[in-house]
Ligand binder design. Structure first.
Ligand code: SF4
Ligand code: SF4
Length: 422
C-alpha cells in the first residue's frame, strides 16, 4: 500500500475516536508549559520528548494535517505532520514511557488529560503494528489462561494448599480456608500473581468472618497498558464471567491500581452493560472492616518511622487518600507524611506498564528521583503503598539509591497487626 494511504489510515484512528472531550484536549492547549514541572519524567531528564504537552502535541499535529482546512493545503503553517516512521518512533518512545499518573492533568489550568491523548497514540501505534512487544506478550498470556483455565486449575488448587496451611498457622484455626469457585459467596477476591497477595487477605477475611471466594484469575491487565481496549476487555471478561457464574454480589480487587481503574471506571463503557455486582478495591474494604469493627488493629504497634506513598491510580485517579492513611496511622507510633502528598503526590515512576519493560529499567529508576527525594526527606524506615507496580518500583529505588527502607503492602501491614478475635 502506498505510504500516503497508510498514513491517512493511521490518521483516521484519531477521527474514529474524535468526540467532544478529545476535540477539547486537541484545541485548548495554550502551551503555557505549566505541565512541564509536574511530570517526574521531564523533571528528571529535561528531555522535551517527555514534556506532557509535547507528547500530546504529536497527536495534535497529525490531527491538524488531516482534519483542518489549512493543514490539508499548507500543513507547515500550523505544524501539521504525517504519521510517518519518524513520528511513530517518537510517539512510541513518549507514549509507552508515560506512567498514566495524571499529575500533569492536575496542574494543567484546563485539566487536559495527556493520558487520554496518549490512548489515541497507542491506538495509532497498534494500527501501525507497533504496539509494545512485551505488553502484547503478557496480555496474550492472560487471554490464553482465560481460554484454557481447566488446564491451569489443578496447579492453582495445588499451590493454594500450602498457602491455606499458612493461613491456618497464622490464625491458629485449623478450619481456616481459601475458598475457590464457591457459588453464592458474598465477595470474590481477585489477587495478583504470587501468594503474597493472597495470604494476608485470607488472614484478614478469616478474622472478619467474610463469606468470600478466590478468583482463578489475576487482576493485572496488560491489555490496558498496551492501549488495546478490546484485548483489555477480553482480559477483564475472564473475571466478570467468573463473578457472574458464581453469583457473587461483590468483587474485591487486590492492591493493583490499574486493575481497579479498568474494572471500576472503564469496563462498563467497553462492555456497554451494567455489571451485576459491586466493584471494590481491597483498600476500601480493609478500611470498612476496621470501621465496622469486624477487624481490630493493634494500635501504635510499629515503633519505626512509617510513611505512605499514594499510588497514582489509588489516590489521584480514584480518590482514596484518607482510607489507607487511617489504617497506616492506626498501627504506627511515628507516622510521617511525604511532601507533597495526596493529589499532588509525585509518581514513583513505575506505573503504566513501565516496570514490565526491561529496556526501560534505567529510565524508570532515573525518573523515580523525585520519589527518592520525598522518601529521604521523611526519614522513614518503612514505606507503605497499596499498589504492586509502585512496590516493584520502590524496591528498585531502594536498591539503587541505598534508601535502606522496608517496603510494605497495606494488606501485609493490616494482616500483621490484627488483634486476635475471640
Ligand atoms: S499545562 Fe495544559 S495548557 Fe499548559 S502546556 Fe501543559 S497541557 Fe498545555
Ligand atoms: S501522566 Fe504522568 S508520566 Fe504521563 S505525561 Fe503526565 S505527568 Fe508525565
Amino acid at each position: 500500500m502506498a505510504e500516503k494511504t497508510i498514513n491517512r489510515e493511521l490518521a483516521n484512528v484519531i477521527n474514529v475516536r474524535l468526540n467532544r472531550q478529545l476535540l477539547y484536549y486537541i484545541d485548548i492547549c495554550t502551551r503555557c508549559g505549566l505541565c512541564k514541572d509536574a511530570c517526574h519524567q521531564y523533571v528528571a531528564t529535561g528531555d522535551v520528548t517527555y514534556l506532557p504537552a509535547y507528547r500530546a502535541e504529536l497527536i495534535r499535529r497529525v490531527y491538524k494535517k488531516y482534519f483542518t482546512r489549512t493543514g490539508r493545503f499548507m500543513p507547515s503553517l500550523i505544524e501539521g505532520r504525517e504519521p510517518d516512521d519518524r513520528l511513530l518512533d517518537e510517539l512510541y518512545r513518549t507514549t509507552y514511557a508515560c506512567t498514566g499518573c495524571r499529575r500533569c492533568m492536575y496542574y494543567c489550568p484546563f485539566s487536559i488529560d495527556t493520558t487520554w491523548l496518549l490512548g489515541v497514540a497507542k491506538a495509532m501505534l497498534l494500527e501501525a503494528g507497533r504496539g509494545s512487544p512485551i505488553l502484547t506478550e503478557l496480555a496474550g498470556a492472560a487471554v490464553m489462561k482465560g481460554e484454557n483455565i481447566d488446564l491451569f486449575k489443578d496447579v492453582i488448587l495445588e499451590s493454594l494448599k500450602d498457602t491455606e496451611k499458612e493461613v491456618q498457622q497464622i490464625t491458629g484455626d485449623a478450619s481456616a480456608q481459601i475458598p475457590v469457585e464457591k457459588t453464592g459467596a458474598q465477595a470474590m477476591y481477585v489477587a495478583l500473581a504470587g501468594t503474597h497477595t493472597i495470604l494476608p487477605v485470607a488472614v484478614i477475611f478469616h478474622h472478619a468472618r467474610l463469606d468470600w471466594t478466590l478468583s482463578l484469575f489475576e487482576a493485572a491487565n496488560y491489555g490496558y497498558f498496551l492501549g488495546d481496549n478490546k484485548l483489555a476487555k477480553t482480559i477483564a471478561d475472564r473475571i466478570v464471567d467468573e463473578a457472574k457464574r458464581l453469583q457473587v454480589t461483590q468483587i474485591i480487587l487486590s492492591e493493583c491500581g490499574h486493575a481497579y481503574r479498568v474494572m471500576k471506571f472503564l469496563y462498563e463503557a467497553w462492555a456497554k452493560e451494567k455489571l451485576p455486582f459491586e466493584v471494590k478495591g481491597i483498600v476500601e474494604v480493609m478500611h470498612e472492616l476496621v470501621e465496622s469493627g469486624k477487624i481490630k488493629l493493634k494500635k501504635d504497634s510499629i515503633a519505626e518511622a512509617v510513611t505512605y506513598h499514594d499510588p497514582c491510580q489509588v489516590g489521584r485517579n480514584a480518590g482514596f487518600y484518607e482510607e489507607p492513611r487511617s489504617l497506616v496511622k492506626a498501627v504506627s507510633r511515628d507516622y510521617r507524611e511525604m511532601t507533597p502528598n495526596r493529589e499532588k503526590n509525585w509518581c514513583c515512576g513505575g506505573g503504566g506498564g513501565v516496570v514490565a519493560e526491561p529496556a526501560m529499567d534505567e529510565f524508570r529508576l532515573k525518573t523515580g528521583m523525585k520519589k527518592v527525594e520525598q522518601i529521604r526527606a521523611t526519614g522513614a524506615r518503612i514505606v507503605v503503598s497499596p499498589c504492586e507496580n509502585c512496590r516493584l518500583q520502590l524496591d528498585g529505588l531502594n536498591e539503587k539509591y541505598n534508601l535502606n527502607i522496608k517496603i510494605s503492602s497495606l494488606m501485609d501491614l493490616v494482616a500483621d497487626n490484627l488483634v486476635a478475635q475471640k
